[in-house]
Design a binder for this molecule. Structure first.
Ligand code: NAI
Length: 421
């Protein structure tokens, strides 16, 4: 599939003259030209198969919605296996520089080579631009799912992305450092040896007011803009008072800030233009998501809980292969598929392109190009309604006793593109 607005890497990054970079206003809102330059990273494994599929669907939707008046100029950046092969580095400095300049970007999955050491490239990317909220809107588009009424699931999970146990402050069992940390707690802080036995490992779980509040503000603004009704702040605050408990309290403080006064309520029925904010304990939420998923529209939570909750929610609608995601900071954003590199099926042309394609649609919404995003959602729904899909989707239908047609990654993308408009 050849698109003249896709500038693949050819010995160097090619910045198209016809495009313009997105810029940020002082308040961090986006200034989006009609010809934005948007970088894409194919990713490892199935990345080189699902990325062209996404580009084809997104290009078709933009063309259909705006008839040439708007057009994305895609610039390929290298990272992961392809970057190592071409440049000797897994994350070339040039990639980070262009990502920063471009403000908005999209990527496929990046593998973390086992036993090679080094930080995960995903962590490097998330931290280099302080993408502090990970957003996973989970909704059902007709695909096979393990529950009888998946249409009841429509929830956006806002996972804090810059705090919590992911900061990798870890002390391994029996290491010298660990004994120092233990000693400090036992001697200085009067913690019992029962709580910190000699052979224990220790993981530190930091959580800060500043990081929590910026994340909560982002989630509440999104909930209000998208006319959502019920927002749950989720954590195990009854056990981890200093971290998840504090997170919940800070979230309710944000609700009282002038920006949200009268618009975020904490009891009663939300009226037009209002959201109701509730607190829910993590284990309760995991149960509720299965038993009455329709009860919540938005979940605001910490990094680790967000990981568990978003995976459970994704499973309810058929798995991570169907769910998009966005990492968003102060304006800067990186959209990405939620699954991994699927090395086991790479190169066969059978990978499901929906997670990355729907992330592309989510990116269009973020640009304010909602009409084109809507075209993609409707086209995916129609393709699935017509019982078309990659082998994983076809298998799901077979298990339900429903006939379907099995397509390659690119043919499925073409089937979606044909249903646009
Ligand atoms: P995985 O998601 O790559 O694979 C799990 C299973 O799901 C495999 O059987 C695979 O074939 C299947 N699968 C995944 N995506 C699929 C798709 N689009 N279509 C059809 N089938 C699909 O998870 P795994 O094996 O745990 O991770 C492999 C690598 O990916 C690791 O190096 C991991 O670190 C990385 N990874 C990267 C992520 C990212 O870049 N955001 C997220 C998750 C994992």
């Amino acid at each position: 599939m050849k698109w003249e607005n896709v500038f693949s890497w050819e010995g160097k990054v090619r910045i198209p003259q016809e495009g313009r970079f997105i810029e940020l206003e002082e308040d961090k809102s986006l200034i989006v030209p009609n010809n934005p330059i948007i970088p894409y990273i194919e990713g490892d494994g199935i990345g080189s198969e699902i990325a062209p599929a996404m580009l084809h669907v997104v290009n078709t939707a933009v063309e259909k919605a705006y008839g040439g008046h708007r057009r994305i100029y895609w610039v390929e950046l290298l990272a992961g296996d392809k970057a190592e092969e071409k440049t000797g580095q897994r994350m070339p400095e040039e990639t980070l520089e262009v990502l920063r300049q471009a403000v908005v970007a999209i990527k496929g999955p990046l593998g973390t080579p086992v036993g090679k050491g080094g930080k995960s490239l995903n962590a490097v990317l998330r931290q280099s631009m302080d993408f502090y909220s990970a957003i996973r809107p989970v909704y059902w588009l007709g695909q096979p799912s393990p529950i009888p009424e998946p249409q009841r699931v429509n929830v956006a999970v806002f996972r804090e992305n810059s705090d919590d146990v992911y900061m990798a402050i870890e002390y391994m069992p029996k290491a010298e450092d660990t004994q120092k940390v233990r000693e400090f707690f036992i001697k200085e802080m009067k913690v019992s040896e029962y709580a910190l036995p000699e052979d224990c490992g220790i993981t530190v779980k930091p959580m800060s007011e500043y990081k929590t509040k910026r994340h909560v503000r982002k989630a509440l603004r999104w909930a209000l803009e998208n006319k959502k009704k019920v927002v749950a702040v989720v954590g195990k605050g009854n056990i981890m008072k200093a971290t998840e408990g504090a997170f919940i309290n800070w979230a309710f403080e944000v609700a009282k800030e002038p920006e949200f006064e009268g618009r975020v309520i904490t009891e009663g029925e939300p009226a037009e233009g209002q959201v109701l904010m509730l607190r829910v304990i993590t284990d309760q939420m995991l149960m509720q998501l299965v038993l009455k998923p329709e009860a919540y529209d938005v979940i605001i939570t910490q990094n680790l809980n967000g990981d568990y909750i978003s995976d459970l929610a994704s499973a309810l609608v058929g798995g991570p292969g169907f769910v998009p995601s966005g990492n968003i900071g102060d304006g800067y954003s990186l959209f990405e598929s939620t699954h991994g590199t699927a090395y086991d099926i790479a190169g066969k042309g059978i990978a499901n392109p929906l997670s990355l394609t729907l992330s592309g649609a989510m990116m269009l919404e973020y640009l304010g190009w909602k009409e084109s995003a809507q075209l993609i959602y409707e086209a995916v729904r129609r393709a699935i309604e017509d019982r078309l899909g990659t082998p994983d989707i076809a298998l799901g239908f077979r298990k339900m006793g429903v006939q379907s047609r099995e397509l390659s990654t690119m043919d499925f993308a073409e089937a979606i593109a044909e249903r646009i408009g």
